[in-house]
Design a protein around this ligand. Structure first.
Ligand SMILES: Cc1cc2nc3c(=O)[nH]c(=O)nc-3n(C[C@H](O)[C@H](O)[C@H](O)COP(=O)(O)OP(=O)(O)OC[C@H]3O[C@@H](n4cnc5c(N)ncnc54)[C@H](O)[C@@H]3O)c2cc1C
Length: 478
């Protein structure tokens, strides 16, 4: 097949039967549940774009592995152009859905594994790389989506995995069998786990000798027996479930806690098992790719916020107000700096021994630190321009109530000649862009906590050459 349409993607999810709980109840129908459907629609946009004439060349690539056209979301980068395309696609998707499209996490796992499995094989003579390539071909052939099972629940943060009172707080191997392994644990904040066909599990941190059972990477269908998805709360979830005051299809992102209750993984799906020193390598590669991805989609989200602020200026009659124009400039330069940093990480990329291209880690992490701070500033500027109704706009139900609706619309009129309905809709969008908890919190914690980005910059930067340059200029060293 190689490339699915959005309709085929939805049908393919309907054929899956994952174990899902939400609000204390077991759910059978994932695709038609409005809370989950919002996220599925956002991932659906990655299929939709591949069907559109103007984006087809960017979204679709010929796979040398299966000799068929494939969606780039299943294509580890084989050149600088491929690295750049990742950022461009994410920006377009960020603009289109105004939230997380949920498909980059799985792609970033595929990219990390396509580098690290090769390196493990070189050191140990294992066969993870050819095994992984078979999995990659399977993903390409079916145009499947994967999510990233990286973040363990972690228990006491001051203790390493093997010192935890309950070792299950880090996912680990509990049994080795001739045909495969059995794993137990839980992965938190699993973006789009139910919009995905496969879950790719990687370790969450560096590990030491003695922690071999935690050094495990694998992929499984998201409806494998023993995998339980528990969908968490989000600030705006009841609106989706009630079908009211949402405003758009992609309303809010969902990130379940996914429990692995003694789950069997066949050997052909195991990509690391016991090689502790490669755990950190996998986390670092995944996180760097993922931080680069964020630079694309979050600059696209600032584009939405700047667009919403500009529309509000039109509707409120503040188009000519000087400080509003300044604030739009401040939003745009934040988007472009984020995008630029993420593009720079791509242009400074290099080829790894497996043949796959890797980005510049320091630039990717600099981009993520910038995002963590500046997305909040962009939100603040958008709210400043829009006004207080971002906080407490009446419900659609009040606007359509016969008694109070006409009165509300009279009092919600803005600039002369502007239909109040447009103003109301734009306020609703701005409220969502500012307050959708999962997406705004991912600006800070997505792809690792801010301190992780900072430590990566310290570890990966060439400090010596900087010191030498300063000493030369000071006349201390030649
Ligand atoms: C919306 C959203 C979507 C996400 N999507 C995914 C996903 O799809 N897949 C996935 O695998 N993960 C996902 N994540 C998880 C994300 O990577 C983590 O939230 C992030 O790594 C932080 O981990 P934590 O939430 O456990 O917080 P913690 O690690 O507990 O961090 C909280 C604070 O404590 C500090 N801290 C913790 N431990 C230590 C220590 N030992 N020493 C010093 N400081 C410490 C941190 O720096 C931070 O300041 C997502 C997160 C969010 C919020």
């Amino acid at each position: 097949m190689g490339v699915m349409t959005k309709a085929e993607y939805l049908e393919s999810l309907r054929r899956m039967h994952p174990t899902v709980y939400m609000f204390g109840e077991r759910m059978d129908n994932v695709v038609d549940n409005p809370r989950l459907r919002a996220g599925i629609e956002a991932t659906g946009a990655t299929y939709e774009l591949a069907e559109m004439d103007q984006y087809r060349d960017l979204m679709i690539k010929q796979s040398p592995l299966i000799n068929e056209p494939i969606n780039r979301f299943n294509s580890p980068p084989m050149s600088v152009d491929d690295l750049v395309a990742r950022v461009k696609i994410n920006r377009i998707l960020g603009q289109r859905v105004g939230t997380c499209h949920q498909r980059c996490t799985g792609m970033d796992c595929l990219c990390a594994l396509s580098i690290v499995t090769y390196d493990v094989d070189q050191k140990y003579g294992t066969r993870y790389f050819p095994r992984f390539m078979e999995f990659l071909k399977y993903m390409q052939k079916h145009d499947y989506t994967a999510n990233a099972g990286v973040t363990d629940v972690k228990g006491d943060r001051s203790l390493s995995p093997k010192d935890q009172p309950d070792p299950d707080v880090y996912l680990h191997v509990v049994e080795r069998r001739e045909e495969g392994i059995v794993v137990r644990g839980a992965k938190a904040h699993q973006t789009g786990s139910l919009s995905s066909h496969e879950i790719i599990v990687l370790p969450t941190r560096a590990l030491r000798p003695g922690e071999e059972e935690f050094a495990v990477a694998f992929a499984l269908p998201s409806d494998t027996p023993g995998i339980i998805h528990v969908v968490g709360r989000s600030t705006l979830d009841m609106r989706e479930l009630e079908g009211c005051d949402c405003g758009n299809l992609y309303y809010s992102k969902y990130c379940p806690t996914v429990i692995f209750d003694d789950v069997f993984v066949p050997w052909d799906r195991v990509f690391l098992c016991g090689e502790v020193e490669f755990a950190q390598e996998l986390v670092m590669r995944f996180s760097a790719f993922h931080r680069q991805s964020h630079g694309g989609c979050k600059s696209g989200k600032i584009d939405c916020m700047a667009g919403a602020a500009l529309a509000m200026m039109e509707y409120n009659g503040t188009e000519k107000v000087g400080h509003h124009k300044q604030k739009i400039i401040d939003m745009i330069h934040r988007a472009e700096t984020l995008y630029g940093c993420s593009l720079a990480a791509s242009y400074e990329g290099h080829q790894e021994p497996s043949g796959v291209w890797f980005i510049d880690t320091v630039l990717a992490n600099a981009s993520k630190i910038h995002e963590g701070k500046e997305m909040a500033e962009a939100i603040r500027l958008m709210i400043d321009i829009a006004g207080g109704y971002v906080a407490d706009l009446p419900s659609e139900r009040d606007f359509s109530n016969e008694a109070v609706g006409p009165l509300l619309k009279k009092y919600l009129a803005g600039a002369k000649g502007v239909d109040p309905d447009k103003r109301i809709k734009m306020y609703r969008l701005i409220e969502k862009l500012a307050l959708e908890s999962a997406d705004t919190i991912s600006d800070i914690h997505g792809g690792g906590s801010p301190e992780a980005h900072r430590l990566t910059i310290l570890r990966e930067s060439d400090l010596d050459s900087r010191k030498k340059a300063a000493k030369r200029l000071a006349g201390i060293e030649a």
